[in-house]
Ligand binder design. Structure first.
Ligand code: MN
Length: 202
């Protein structure tokens, strides 16, 4: 049977310190993210979902109202995307090319974009995700609840995400979600990844 695999972390577990500790990454990646993948594989075994790509499972389960499969598949997808949205401090570069121009056009500056993302992260009530997305070339910020993901929205391409479930920050920042968001968005964003994702979306 073809299984969904847990994507490798794009850096060492301690590479995001001190903003995100290796202890957090070890639990977040090794227990939470790995758990979604392993539960998903159990749920889809022997069903028409087996053999589909992860993004296809997310979209089909959303359309089918298959909530357990959707939740685990979407969380597996969102987490893989979250790790890629981050980079060790200094390694993520700056917005480049058409993406840099779109940031200026739609937000005025990178700082204003970061502020909008931080606000979306803080305002999301309960668990969820803050996102930078592109739709027909235009950038916008949104947040989703629980496992919800923009990849179920036709024409919407995610460029960056920030996990705001408590498991993403509680060991390092306790209840201070705003401080976690500011530190991650200020120091660990993989702008090169967002630039490439934007280029692929237009
Ligand atoms: Mn998480």
């Amino acid at each position: 049977m073809s299984e969904i695999t847990l994507e490798k972390l794009p850096y060492a577990e301690n590479a995001l310190e001190p903003v995100i500790s290796s202890r957090t990454v070890s639990f977040h990646y090794g227990k939470h993210h790995a758990g979604y993948v392993s539960t998903l594989n159990k749920l889809i075994d022997g069903t028409p979902y087996a053999g589909l790509r992860l993004d296809e499972i997310v979209r089909r389960a959303a359309a089918d109202g298959a909530s357990a499969i959707f939740n685990n598949a979407a969380q597996a997808w969102n987490h893989a995307f979250y790790w890629k949205s981050l980079a060790p401090a200094g390694a993520g570069g700056e917005p480049t090319g058409a993406f840099a121009a779109a940031v200026q056009r739609d937000f005025g500056s990178k700082e204003a974009l970061v502020k909008a993302l931080a606000e979306a992260a803080v305002k999301r009530f309960g668990s969820g995700w803050a996102w930078l997305v592109a739709e027909k070339g235009r950038l916008s910020v949104l947040s989703t609840a629980n496992a919800e993901t923009p990849i179920t929205r036709p024409g919407v391409t995610p460029l960056l995400t920030l996990d705001v479930w408590e498991h993403a920050y509680y060991l390092d920042w306790q209840n201070r979600r705003a401080d976690y968001a500011d530190a991650v968005l200020g120091q660990l964003v993989n702008w090169s990844f967002a630039s490439a994702a934007y280029a692929g979306s237009v």
